[in-house]
Ligand binder design. Structure first.
Ligand code: CA
Length: 234
């Protein structure tokens, strides 16, 4: 379905197999490596679309070392990495993201969440690298022309709502606080109240309402907002 190869770097065969089966059911091909040396060989030989990288690996080098190495290599830095770690590995999230990982998951995770994160990261990386239109449900956003269509119809969207929607569509299935959205969409140095976000969210939902797409922008109670095509109880 996707024709994309995902490299699984994991030293525990049972977990590797479980992940491989999950990927296969979702239509992805997988490549396998048990340590950093094997992983490096696979990356050079096959250039996978994404790497699922376990934090703790047998051998001299850890997953984090490998991640850092990839991100310091211009020819490989664009391959997105999702770090996998056990809950006990404290502060690993910060280290993982510091090392340049694109996302991070704590074991045990649901297969559904894994697939949804993989798709989100792939979407983001292809959107960033190729300026390709992003399509989610009926919505399509073209970064080149800065046009948004819903079910083929052009939406008359203002610049702020466009930037907000572009951010959401390239970062789906993740909850963001109002402060994070301000930083990402408006830039960190502007002085705008958090509540300003709510105004733009309302406008955006109103624009999407005629196409039944307003529910894509979900309120996450106690946090902020999330763009999601999954129907969940909020
Ligand atoms: Ca491990």
């Amino acid at each position: 379905m996707y024709n994309e190869q995902i490299l699984i770097v994991e030293d525990e065969p049972a977990i590797r197999e479980m992940i491989a089966m999950t990927l296969e059911m979702a239509g992805f091909d997988s490549l396998h490596a048990a340590d950093v040396a094997e992983a490096h060989q696979q990356v050079v030989d096959h250039r996978p679309a994404l790497i699922l990288l376990d934090w703790m690996l047998n051998g001299e080098k850890s997953g984090i070392d490998f991640c850092r190495m990839l991100k310091n290599d211009d020819s490989l830095a664009e391959i997105p990495v999702i770090m996998l770690t056990a809950k006990s590995e404290e502060d690993s999230k910060v280290h993982g993201l510091d090392a340049g990982a694109d996302d991070y998951m704590t074991k045990p995770f649901s297969t559904r969440e894994l697939i949804s994160r993989i798709k989100a990261v792939l979407r983001r990386s292809s959107a960033l690298s190729a300026d390709k239109p992003i399509e989610i449900g009926k919505l399509s956003l073209d970064p080149k022309s800065q046009r948004v269509t819903a079910a083929g119809q052009l939406i008359d969207i203002g610049p702020t709502e466009y930037r907000l929607l572009a951010f959401f569509m390239s970062h789906p299935e993740r909850a963001y606080t109002r402060t994070q959205l301000l930083d990402q969409v408006w830039g960190g140095n502007v002085y705008i109240e958090d509540r300003t976000i709510d105004v733009h969210i309302r406008r955006l939902r109103k624009l999407l309402q005629p196409y039944d797409c307003a529910t894509l922008i979900q309120t996450v109670r106690g946090t902020g907002y999330r763009f999601s095509s999954l129907i969940e109880s909020i």
